[in-house]
Design a protein around this ligand. Structure first.
Ligand code: ZN
Length: 193
């Protein structure tokens, strides 16, 4: 995970900085979310795409209700769109969000081997794309930049969904262009602490 660099234009930078500063937010009670996370894991286990769709839709509806905004449309699709270069995978898309139509798309199968995505990856992608929706539809961040705050809020949502306590993400110091990268070894230490 890496943040976008801070935009040069001051109008855009205002939105970027406000998003970066907003690192915490309230979340629905975990007990409302975890049953659907379990249902997602079970549907994934059974290779049941319509069950995965139902579980994701329920999660999205619960979250939209909690944050008091219209739920985004959801499409749960098959193999991840991807690109290869000389037989090597160079890009694959886990999910996306289209602000104009408020549509989230999630893909359920890996690019090359077409294996089922783990339910943990599905859930973290869902939280990520839902955060774009929340940015645009509720928080006034129309460009929905990938800032430190964006990733922290997404992480907060993910932890609440799986019924685990929140801990802050660990970051490397900013690069010259202002972008920051997750410090995975430090994250593992925090998770096990
Ligand atoms: Zn994104």
């Amino acid at each position: 995970m890496i943040t976008e660099p801070s935009p040069k234009r001051s109008g855009l930078r205002q939105e970027y900085d406000a998003s970066a500063r907003l690192t915490r937010m309230p979340t629905p009670d975990s007990s409302r979310l975890t049953p659907w996370v379990e249902a997602l894991a079970n549907a994934r286990e059974d290779g049941d795409r319509s069950g995965m769709n139902t579980a994701c839709k329920q999660l999205i509806d619960l979250l939209s209700d909690f944050y008091d905004l219209p739920p985004p449309n959801l499409r749960v699709l098959g193999t991840r769109p991807h690109r290869t270069h000389e037989g090597v995978l160079t890009y694959e898309l886990f999910g996306d969000y289209e602000p104009k139509s408020a549509k989230i798309r999630l893909w359920t199968r890996t690019a090359i081997n077409k294996q089922w995505t783990t339910s943990g990856v599905m859930l973290s992608t869902l939280c990520h794309e839902f955060m774009h929706h929340l940015d645009v539809a509720r928080l006034g961040f129309s460009r929905s930049y990938h800032t430190v705050g964006f990733f922290e809020r997404t992480h907060t949502l993910y932890q609440a969904s799986i019924g685990q306590p929140h801990y802050p993400l660990a970051w490397h110091p900013p690069d010259a262009d202002g972008s920051r990268m997750i410090n995975w070894p430090a994250m593992r230490r925090r998770r096990s602490a």
